[in-house]
Design a protein around this ligand. Structure first.
Ligand code: PHE
Length: 354
């Protein structure tokens, strides 16, 4: 004897097993698949309800239709799983496609730096002098008046100090600190560091400061290279020979130079050194102001007072020194017309020299 709901049950089971595969297969995305799962196996899903109604069937029918219905449930679960895997795989595929590395794109450029034209000029000078036996010395930018002036034989209130007006730094009472106006203090610091006195041959490149209004050829901050040679029996001829080699190395073989008498408190005699104009070869042009010569550096024989003050007996030791501006040389060599261009960090200017 068949139980009352059996035919309905069988019909529903047949209908579900025919329609469920198409429902699942037709889901075109994860939300559609989830909707299909809920409609079949959710709490009020059609198969869920059908399975619940098993208990209303007779024992015989239950024994036969129960496994059938549970078999269908297993097949539906398996195909839901399979479809889920397929949809997730497709979604991943799509994502990977949209993120694909395009190796044909040009790389982002990594700009290459270079030395500043002033550093290039200072390095070039230091290299020539290194080959002549000069080593490298440095001193502080904030300097005492002792090293900047008094140890260099500046008499107090001497007019020579007018050219050395600078910026003063607040210091302890009785102590005067200033931004050094030249690299010459390094002469004193170097000589004082030799105990007992020894021959020295140094250059000292560095930044110097002066109270100056900026224009095309002046800057309150600029750079110098100091040279100092002290030994037994050093003469003015050594100074001239060294400067000739130095200036020929810098401006080319055959560069002519001349020494004119000058004054510095720390050298005696003192000279202003000119080179023949590199642009007009002495004929006279706007760069040399029609003079045919260019002032390039200050030099002289180290003053006996300077030697004595630094612990060198001037009866035994003698020496020469010079100082020159890095900007001045760079402007001549690179034909730069305005000193301020060096400090503006404009790549269009800086990139012109590698
Ligand atoms: N220190 C001097 C200046 O700045 C230059 C100089 C150096 C002159 C060494 C003679 C010797 O003007």
């Amino acid at each position: 004897m068949a139980s009352p709901g059996r035919e309905g049950f069988e019909a529903s089971l047949a209908e579900l097993s025919a329609s469920a595969p198409a429902l699942i297969a037709g889901a075109d995305g994860l939300p559609a698949l989830e909707a299909a799962r809920v409609s079949l196996l959710g709490r009020k899903g059609r198969l869920t309800l059908l399975l619940k109604s098993l208990k209303d069937l007779d024992l015989e029918d239950r024994k036969r239709l129960g496994p059938e219905a549970n078999g269908l449930k297993g097949r539906i679960e398996a195909s839901l799983d399979e479809k889920l895997g397929a949809l997730q795989g497709a979604a991943l595929e799509k994502e990977l496609d949209s993120f694909r590395l395009d190796l044909s794109l040009p790389g982002s450029p990594c700009p290459r730096g270079r030395r500043h034209p002033l550093v290039q000029t200072a390095d070039e000078m230091a290299e020539i002098l290194r080959r002549l036996g000069f080593s490298w010395a440095e001193g502080p930018h904030v300097e005492s008046d002792h090293y900047n002036f008094w140890a260099l034989n500046f008499p107090p209130d001497h007019p020579a100090m007018d050219a050395h007006d600078t910026f003063y730094v607040k210091a302890a009472p009785g102590r005067t600190l200033l931004l050094r106006t030249h690299t010459s203090p390094v002469q004193i610091r170097t000589l004082e560091a030799q105990r007992p006195p020894k021959p020295v041959r140094i250059i000292s490149p560095g930044r110097v400061f002066r109270h100056e209004n900026a224009d095309a050829s002046h800057s309150a901050v600029f750079h110098q290279i100091e040279g100092l040679c002290v030994d037994r029996g050093v003469t003015m001829a050594d100074l001239k020979g060294t400067l000739r080699l130095f200036l020929e190395g810098l401006f080319g073989p055959g560069t002519r130079m001349r020494l004119r008498p000058s004054f510095f408190p720390f050298t005696e005699p003192s000279a202003q050194v000119d080179i023949q104009c590199t642009l007009c070869q002495g004929a006279g042009c706007p760069v040399c102001k029609r003079l045919g010569w260019l002032e390039i550096l200050g030099a002289g024989m180290v003053h006996p007072n300077v030697l004595r003050g630094a612990g060198y007996d001037p009866e035994v030791w003698s020496g020469y020194a010079w100082g020159l501006g890095v900007e001045r040389v760079a402007m001549l060599k690179k034909q730069v017309k305005d000193i301020r261009l060096f400090y503006q960090n404009d790549l269009r200017f800086l990139e012109q020299w590698s």
